[in-house]
Write a protein that binds this ligand. Structure first.
Ligand code: ATP
Length: 356
């Protein structure tokens, strides 16, 4: 496994626009990463640059400090697992798992031991002597995962939406299994997905991409508690973070003419920026309307069983807030009670650090 550095890396497929905007970042040796973002944000382009399928139009890729920007996938010693199973139907499950090791000339006893270990971790042991052709799509994708994980010496294992073809009830099981596999095998893994649940369950570091750029890289808790960009706030969480235009001065934000107290002071806002405050629905709750509270109009209630969210409007702005347990919801107008410790201030979509 390897530490991977991207140095001033960018990519354009032509036509002058960047599919990947200039970035410099490091992927730790042995880390479990998820690369998360919506369709078209550049995830696959970045993954293919790391694996060597795409050569970047600018910048360098380093593995353990060595420049491999122009090296082939084979020379990079990368394993990749794609959306759809890549296996040999005519081979047995065991032969499929052994193939990448045979290809690299490993001795037979080492191959048998490693195939046995990977088959056990993926619950494939009972199928080792079965031909792959007759197995279900789920089982075939498990073999693909096994083939990706079987080589102990790879620089990194890259997964490109590997659970797309997996039956929904098995997805949860395989997601947790992949996390356990990462711990057992000690490999650098990068897992591409547009599904936040997949990303947050698998990864210890989630790298969020938006419009060709990495907007935040952090633990699931970082992304939830301190989104560095309004996109992260909105994309992570269900419902996502409320982002509301505001006037901010010192320790006060003004939304629709109403003053909301802040925990930190903001005298340092960049001039001319678009100022917004962000607060997760978990940290604002509805109450009966009262003179000191920002008022909002109820549109509907989403009852998720353990928690209820009120979908409300503040003027033209849509907003979500928690309905405390045991509270009956007024039919039309509510007051909103904010937790100042969890209100963030953004200038042109970027988090601003306030002063304590
Ligand atoms: P998805 O989840 O839909 O695969 P993604 O986040 O992986 O999306 P990319 O596939 O990397 O995004 O695409 C990033 C941008 O580059 C998109 O605008 C896409 O249209 C463009 N793009 C991707 N591959 C090519 C290509 N071979 N030629 C030209 N443009 C491309």
């Amino acid at each position: 496994m390897a530490r991977i550095d991207l140095v001033d890396l960018a990519h354009s497929y032509g036509g002058g626009t960047y599919a990947l905007k200039p970035m410099t970042m490091t992927w730790r040796q042995g880390g479990a990463y998820a690369l998360l973002g919506p369709s078209g944000c550049g995830k696959t382009t970045l993954l293919n640059i790391i694996s060597g399928i795409v050569t970047p139009s600018q910048g360098k890729v380093l593995f353990d400090g060595n420049d491999i920007t122009h090296a082939s996938t084979r020379e990079r010693n990368i394993a990749q697992v794609f959306q759809f199973p890549v296996i040999y139907d005519t081979m047995t499950v065991g032969e499929n798992l052994a193939f990448p090791l045979k290809n690299r000339g490993l001795p037979r006893d080492k191959i048998a031991a490693r195939v046995g270990e990977i088959a056990k971790l993926l619950d494939l042991t009972p199928y080792l002597d079965r031909k792959a052709v007759r197995l279900s799509a789920d089982a075939k994708q498990k073999i693909s995962l096994g083939r990706g994980l079987v080589r102990p010496d790879v620089a990194a294992v890259l997964f490109d939406e590997p659970l797309t073809v997996i039956d929904p009830h098995l997805k949860w099981e395989l997601r947790s299994k992949l996390k356990a596999l990462h711990q057992a095998l000690d490999l650098t893994m990068i897992y591409v997905t547009h599904d936040q649940t997949e990303a947050l369950t698998f990864a210890d570091t989630v790298v969020v991409m938006h419009d060709g750029a990495v907007v935040q890289s952090g633990t699931p808790e970082d992304l939830f508690a301190r989104p560095a960009h309004t996109f992260v706030g909105y994309f992570i969480g269900s419902p996502g973070m409320n982002i509301v235009p505001a006037g901010v001065k010192g320790r006060e934000a003004v939304v629709s003419g109403h003053v909301i107290g802040l925990n930190r002071s903001y005298d340092n806002l960049p001039a001319g920026g678009k100022i917004e405050i962000g607060v997760r629905p978990e940290f604002v709750h509805v109450a009966d309307p009262a003179p000191g509270l920002l008022s909002a109009q109820i549109e509907r209630i989403d009852d998720l069983g353990r928690v209820r969210f009120a979908r409300v409007r503040i003027g033209d702005v849509k907003f979500a807030a928690t309905v405390p347990n045991g509270v009956a919801v007024p039919e039309k107008t509510v007051g909103l009670v904010f937790d100042p410790a969890h209100i963030h201030v953004y200038s042109d979509s970027l988090l601003v650090e306030g002063r304590a």
